[in-house]
Design a protein around this ligand. Sequence first.
Ligand code: HPA
Length: 278
Amino acid sequence: MSETITLEVIDRLVDIIRSHTSHQPKIGIILGSGLGSLADLVENSNIIPYQELPSWPVSTIEGHQGRLIIGLLEDKPVFFMQGRAHFYEGYNMAIIGLPIRVMKRLGIDTLIITNAAGAINPIFEPGELMLIIDHLNLVGMAGSNPLRGPNLDEFGPRFPDMSRAYDRQLIKLARQVALDNQIKLQEGVYVCLAGPSFETPADLRFLRNAGADAVGMSTVPEVTVARHSGIRVLGISGISNKANLDGNTTTTHEEVLSAGKEIVPQLTTLIKGVLRLL
Ligand code: HPA
């Protein structure tokens, strides 16, 4: 697959998805590693496995179910991605951003994006949620930006503004829901690395000095494509582990998945609360 995604590829996917559902969601929700069970609460759902969608990036990773679930949550039509693909699986960044462009053409104007992340900020604990206030696009700075290649003018400008990547109104709503439900909601800057190897202690000290609070291997490409096309974004990290700044502990994918079980109930309350207020 070439790096360029065309409007034809996007609109073919839109047609296929529309043929499977009569829901017309305006809200898209991406569920990260170990967080997919939230989508099981959707009612009146239409389910489409990613394998049935041509060019759609399919995750090969445990903890990512790999299907679209379109239906009702809190009586609102929502478009769930239960699992996502990552750059480290071998996909180019443009394909990682393809689902967001499909969402845009389906009429989605709000994206709630989640991930599992390691805590760099020493006050964060595994099992907590972090509201993403801003991100560091380290992979993009190094050249792998999902918007690289011909600009699709139908979606947005060649040089999109990223000064407010995470919507201030949605941040306020999330804070309010967390307060009302006694959910501890940390806030901070998320940094996306290419992975798949976890960080060395020196990597982590570098990232901490650069202003990062949590580290993961996703989200930033999707948010970049969403903002290009004017979709407003709420980003939430589930803190799955303490990043290993001193070199005395190890990080494993199993740890990330098991923390997900603790995070899902709080994440569910937070997302349902935000949906009610939208
Ligand atoms: N590092 C990178 N990605 C991650 C981590 C981590 O510690 N935890 C969950 N995703």
